[in-house]
Every structure is written in C-alpha cells, then in structure tokens.
Write a protein that binds this ligand. Structure first.
Ligand SMILES: Nc1ncnc2c1ncn2[C@@H]1O[C@H](COP(=O)(O)OP(=O)(O)OP(=O)(O)O)[C@@H](O)[C@H]1O
Ligand SMILES: [Mg+2]
Length: 372
C-alpha cells in the first residue's frame, strides 16, 4: 500500500499542505512543535480510526478556524483510491467523509481501505506500561483485521459503565435490580467474543514476534506472549463464544457480583485482562531491562505490521513518529531493515540523522505548519 498524495488545511496548525509522497521513504523533518506529528495524525485519521493522541474532534480544527480538510490518494495492489475528510466546527457531530467520491456516514466506513501502522514514542511503553496500553494495542490490532470488532468493544465499554453505575446504586439501596441480570448476559456475550478474538490474535502475534525477537537478540533470548484472561483458565482450542464461552463468562460475573458491589465496579472481564510478555520464561514486566522492554515493544509493532500484511495481502504504510531518536543504532537498523518493503513516513527533528538513509527517499521540511 502506498500513499501517493496528501493534502491538509486547517488541521491543527497545518496550512495548505500539499505533498506527493515517495513510494518508499519519506522523512518529515523540522524543529519541535512545527506540525510533523500533526501530519501523521491527519494521515492516521484516514484509516477510520480515532486520533492516536486520543484527541477530541474539535481539538483537531485549527484554533479560531472553522474547518479542516484532508485529502489523501493511495494505491494498493488493485487500484488507486481517494479519501476526502472534512470537519466543520459548527457541525462537529457530522464529519464529511468520502471514499472515492462516495460519502460514508462514519469514519468506520473507511475501515479496510487505507491500512497504516503507527509507531510513537509512547508505544515504547508497550511492554513496561499499564495493562491498558496492551489492551488498546490488542484491540486496535484485532480491529484492523476484523472490522466489526471495534463496534463490539465500544458497546462493551458503554455497557460496563452502566453496570458499574448500577452496582454502586445497588450497594447503596441494597437492591440488586433486574437490570444487572440483563446487562450481565449481554456483557458476557460480548466479553466472550472479545476474549476469543484477542486470544487468537495473541497466538499470531507470538508466532511473528518470536522470530523477530530471536533475531534482535541473536538467538540468545526467547520471547513469549500470552493472553491473560481474568475469566478463563485456558482459551486454547475454544471457539464457541456464543454458548460455552459466554456461559462461563456470565457465571464468573455472577460469582463476583457481591464483591463487585462492594468495590463499586466490575472486577473481572476483558477490561481487566492483559498480555503477558516473558523473556526466557521470566515476566518482562518484573524482570526485563530497559533495553529488553524497548526490543519487545518494537517487535510487537513490527509483528503487528507483518500480521496486517498477511491478513490483508498488502503491506501497510508505516508511520514512525519520532521513534528513531529513541533507539540506538543497532535497533534503528533492525527496524529499517524489517520494513524495507513497506512505505515509510517518518518524522524527526534532526535531518542530519537520517540523511544517509533518505538516499532514494524524500525529505519534507515543515515549519509553522507549512512545507518549506
Ligand atoms: N487545534 C490546533 N490549532 C492550532 N495549532 C495547534 C492545534 N493543535 C496543535 N497545534 C499546534 O501544533 C503544534 C504541534 O504540532 P506537532 O505535534 O505536529 O509538532 P511536531 O512538529 O511533531 O513537534 P515535536 O518535534 O515536538 O514532536 C504546536 O505548535 C501546537 O500548538
Ligand atoms: Mg511530534
């Protein structure tokens, strides 16, 4: 997959950006706070996902501005496609998005068109950080290959909030309420489905990541990635999420209800699950060195890109935000060698650092939201 052309205006500080991209390597450079990450964020929006910075829609429109317009032309193996994405401040709830000239209702209508993998310095916390970071990673990864998944996750989250509110109310009034029973059944159905898909993804991830990790550690270390469920002992070989898995999930919710009520929130479920990484049999979270954590994070992202390539039959575009400066020379080389066949768009402050590598690529200089 190659992005051929990108334009943006009014998106954060970007002004009249209009660039033809190189099919292999693009280096966006400039000083701090000039708009480099904003460009990657605007590109990322065209995948149909939300901002990777977790920004609200209105924050994306230039301060004092009325709208932003993004245009993006890209080609996959079969054809060239065009995405037009506009947001107007006075109509913040209705984005104007079109794929090949045909308007789509929601950003999710873009799912499956442009495929990107974004890598930011925060992603280096993937192995070291909180379980929440790894759950989000898993959810994004799954949703990239199973597009209906995102809806289920969103619905689960809403339902969970309602359940938690109800739990608190029930504890105060000592009235359990019928709603809880109804919600638990729905939660269990969605939770079972989410558990199964995340588990299956982790299996694939482990396979791809193990190979890469062995390479980066010169065969000295072995990486394992396991899905840790707070509901199920073992998910291996289990596929009946509609009946068997959902029933077990519901049972677990029922069992912990009294405790949930005391706590005021739901103690078990996919919102508490985690991905456990081990190196040579030891839990990375507790035992890994700083360097090992970085390697695991890098490799999980690379594996994500590889799996996406395999599942969609086309390599995603790789968006690297300021990551290179965080890595030592060996790891920089490793990353670049592993994404050689993919289109890469990379931001950095010092253009010198990448000049050698940009031979055969394109350098785009950004200053105050404009290309110079
Ligand atoms: N809605 C907005 N309206 C106007 N300007 C904005 C808006 N949102 C962000 N900015 C500005 O965009 C700039 C930051 O852009 P960006 O994050 O892309 O910087 P960067 O070039 O990646 O910098 P760094 O090298 O520090 O990562 C800041 O100057 C910020 O004030
Ligand atoms: Mg930046």
């Amino acid at each position: 997959m190659r992005i051929e052309h990108f334009s943006a205006d009014g998106f954060r500080n970007l002004e009249n950006i209009d660039i033809d991209l190189h099919p292999e390597l693009n280096v966006i450079c400039g000083q701090n706070a000039q708009g480099k990450t904003n460009i990657l964020e605007a590109i990322w929006l065209c995948t149909g996902e939300r901002s990777f910075r977790g920004a609200k829609d209105r924050e994306l429109i230039r301060l004092g501005g009325e709208r932003f317009d993004i245009g993006l032309r890209f080609a996959d193996k079969r054809r060239t496609q065009q995405i037009d994405y506009t947001l107007i401040r006075s109509e913040i709830r209705s984005k104007k998005i079109a794929l090949n000239g045909v308007s789509v209702k929601n950003p999710s209508g873009l799912f499956g068109a442009l495929e990107c993998v974004v890598f930011t310095p925060e992603d280096l916390e993937l192995s070291k950080g909180s379980p929440e970071v790894r759950r989000s990673f898993a959810d994004l990864s799954v949703s990239q290959i199973k597009r209906s998944y995102r809806r289920v996750v969103d619905k689960y989250r809403r339902l969970l909030e309602q359940r938690n509110t109800q739990l608190k109310a029930a504890y105060q009034t000592a009235d359990i309420g019928d709603m809880l029973d109804i919600w638990d059944i729905q939660l269990a159905q969605m939770g079972a489905y989410i558990s199964m898909l995340r588990y299956n993804y982790c299996k694939k991830l482990e396979m791809a990541a193990q190979k890469l990790y062995s390479e980066i550690s010169q065969g000295r270390e072995r990486l394992e990635i396991e899905y840790h469920s707070t509901i199920y002992e073992n998910l291996q070989g289990r596929t009946d999420y509609r009946n068997d898995l959902a029933a077990e999930y519901a049972e677990a919710l029922k069992k912990s209800r009294a405790e949930d009520m005391r706590a005021g929130f739901t103690l078990k479920g996919v919102h508490r699950d985690d991905l456990h990484c081990k190196i040579n049999g030891m839990y990375a979270k507790e035992y890994a060195s700083q360097g090992q954590h970085r390697s695991i994070a890098l490799i999980m992202k690379l594996a994500q890109a590889y799996i996406l390539s395999e599942e969609t039959g086309d390599a995603p575009c790789i968006l690297l935000d300021d990551v290179m400066s965080e890595l030592d020379a060996g790891r920089q080389e490793f990353v670049m060698s592993k994404i050689r066949d993919m289109q890469v768009i990379i931001t950095c402050c010092g253009e010198e650092a990448l000049r050698g590598r940009a031979a055969g690529g394109k350098v785009i200089k950004i200053n105050s939201g404009r290309v110079i």
